[in-house]
Design a protein around this ligand. Structure first.
Ligand SMILES: Cc1cc2nc3c(=O)[nH]c(=O)nc-3n(C[C@H](O)[C@H](O)[C@H](O)COP(=O)(O)O)c2cc1C
Length: 207
């Protein structure tokens, strides 16, 4: 946990939590989940740095120049330095997004393409990879699927693997990883959606 981010509330350490949210509609279920994430974390005393990719108009396209500079660690961060700093000063990361085409929404995938750079999310020395976000000790994904879980399972559930195994590989070696997913959104009820929100809030309070 970064020293400057640590404050003490009672006996519990307070974290700096970077929330990254990707959904275009303000009245979506994901928007409600995003609001819940931010308000629950703040109520628990955490410092929240909230990044709403759509509202911010994040450009997810990795340009020709971005690709040319990708491996040049002296300059590869220059167009996304602010986003890099926000990740590097976080103790915890919470992603909130729907599943689209069994992956992250394009704006979130593009964020990773452009910001998870060599010498940022990972280091490559003599052919050996090591994690870059050693400051991040907790990662949580809050997400929703249209499909039931068994259909996602048959397809290998790539977003679950990205949200757990891939993200774990670029964080602190002792990172705690949580993946909270509401499957089968096409057949949920108000009660099952409320139950999911309760589950999310409980997990966030324990972050
Ligand atoms: C462009 C698009 C692609 C989608 N692809 C998938 C998919 O591959 N698998 C899946 O389970 N659901 C898929 N869905 C359904 C969404 O996951 C579902 O509508 C969303 O989780 C509901 O949350 P929302 O009401 O906040 O948008 C897709 C929806 C859209 C709009």
């Amino acid at each position: 946990m970064s020293q400057d981010a640590v404050r003490i509330k009672g006996n519990a350490p307070v974290m700096k939590v970077h929330v990254i949210y990707a959904h275009p509609l303000e009245d979506s279920f994901n928007a409600a989940l995003h609001t819940l994430c931010v308000s629950t974390l703040q109520a628990a005393g955490h410092e929240v740095d909230d990044l709403d990719l759509y509202r911010e108009g994040f450009d997810p396209v990795l340009s020709a120049q971005d690709r040319i500079e990708y491996h040049d660690t002296a300059i590869n961060q220059r167009r996304v330095a602010g986003y890099v700093r926000r990740l590097q000063s976080a103790d915890a990361l919470v992603l909130c997004h729907p599943v689209w085409n069994f992956g992250w929404p394009a704006i979130l995938k593009g964020y990773l393409d452009r910001v998870f750079l060599p010498d940022v999310s990972f280091r490559l020395v003599d052919g050996k990879l090591s994690p870059g976000f050693t400051n991040i000790r907790k990662v949580m994904t809050v997400t929703t699927y249209g499909s039931p879980r068994h259909r996602a399972f048959i397809l290998g559930d790539p977003p679950r693997k990205n949200g757990t195994r891939f993200l774990r590989a670029v964080m602190n070696r002792r990172v705690g990883v949580d993946y909270l997913a509401l499957y089968n959104m096409n057949n949920t009820t108000p009660a099952s959606r409320e139950a999911f929100k309760t589950r999310v809030a409980k997990a966030l309070r324990r972050l």
